[in-house]
Design a protein around this ligand. Sequence first.
Ligand code: UGA
Length: 462
Amino acid sequence: MTAHENAVQRISIVGTGYVGLSTAVCFASRGYDVIASTRSEDKVHSINAKRAPFHEPGLDEAVRTSIESGHLRAEISRSEAVRQTEVTFLTVGTPERADGTIDLRYVISASEDIGRALKRKNAYHLVVVKSTVTPGTVRGPVKVALEEASGLVAGSDFGLCTNPEFLRQGSAIRDTLHPDRVIIGEYDTRSGQQLANLFEGFYDPAIPILTMSLESAEMVKYASNTFLAMKISYANEMARICEGVPGVDVSKVMAGVGLDERINPRFLNAGAGFGGSCLPKDTKALCKFAEEQGYSAPLLRATLAVNKAQAFHVAQLALSTLGEPRDKKVALLGLAFKPDTDDLREAQSLTVARTLLKAGAHVSAFDPVVKQVSLPGFEELDYPPSTSACLAGAHCCIILTEWEQFKRLTPDDFIQFMATPAVVDARRIFDPHEFGNRLTFLAVGVGRELDVCRTSVRDNEE
Ligand code: UGA
């Protein structure tokens, strides 16, 4: 290893989504020179004009300070980004295909672009894949694309690693700077050591750095996300059981369960289920990956089935308060798949809204950042400009995203505005006693003697 390799100072990032841009600003904030490369001229313009191109707490400020310090710039040309740096992180998306597998199109075309740039660079360069890809992808199609486009050989002419990302939307910067662990998948020892050296200079020494094979590292990402998804579906399954037992509250049960150190309390919040661009997609992709190897992955299938059923169940709870749904108005508070993001991908709110619209109800939705759903099938949704306008004249309200501003609502707010004050708390933000004493109140996982909680997974499928 040369001294130069020990002291990486210039980093390029290909892809400027949550992972790419958070990585970029965090390296820039620690004094590295970073070039963030994206094919989108709008994003290049936005970043260079000191604005984050999407909603993420703290990101605007981090982009502004990084640009002002001169440590970050956005660039359309991937080859320029690679040429002027020593390490490239590949962070482009791996969207879901109709059959549940991942679409590698962007990863491969980015690898080819990086390869073509390496051909002209004439110096050792480390390529690090951060995009979520199934085991075997980096050693397989990514390496092939890099080698064919560059005419070079991985492991000797350029380095190759994978470094899965565990950040959550809504806390992307904090998670990037303070991860629980750092995983390095190495193609060869030199590549792994170079990346470990970079990270040792970047992260707090208390953060464990684990080096392993490319395939093991790729699998850590899927195993982690599917475990989180499974925890949530487990909590939701417990919630469904609790709902049939008056006096039981799943949030108390999970608090008790989570104090067992072997389990831990995080990701045991029962609610409307998991959405977003990662947990649903990764669980489906790992299912498919297992299937291709002849294993049906029943635990992962059940995780997805419980999650799908949960959104229908929430809609069912609301419908149970309405009687005949025609001419009734349901107010949805929250659309984003979780607070502090404007992301609607796989949001459970969409299934809830679709089910209510299909049943004939009028549906209004208010979310502090998602202003509307521009997807087919949601044309009849209304978007009042405030919580009170959304509640006005409604016969039932469903809490679908736990935004801070919704947590401050009191029973009086619902009583004052709604035609018939009935609340379905699908994110468990209200005290069941306080609300239950004042209005019709159904909360996920709170026991009651109603038939609505007895719908089965099969019954709920579209
Ligand atoms: C998830 C993982 O948490 C990250 O570690 C990972 O890096 C990321 O995917 C990724 O692969 O990029 P994210 O999708 O941003 O992060 O969101 P989460 O915080 O995991 O929430 C996902 C969904 O689960 C949300 O809809 C949330 O409301 C739901 N959830 C979460 C629950 O219903 N209950 C819980 O206890 C926790």
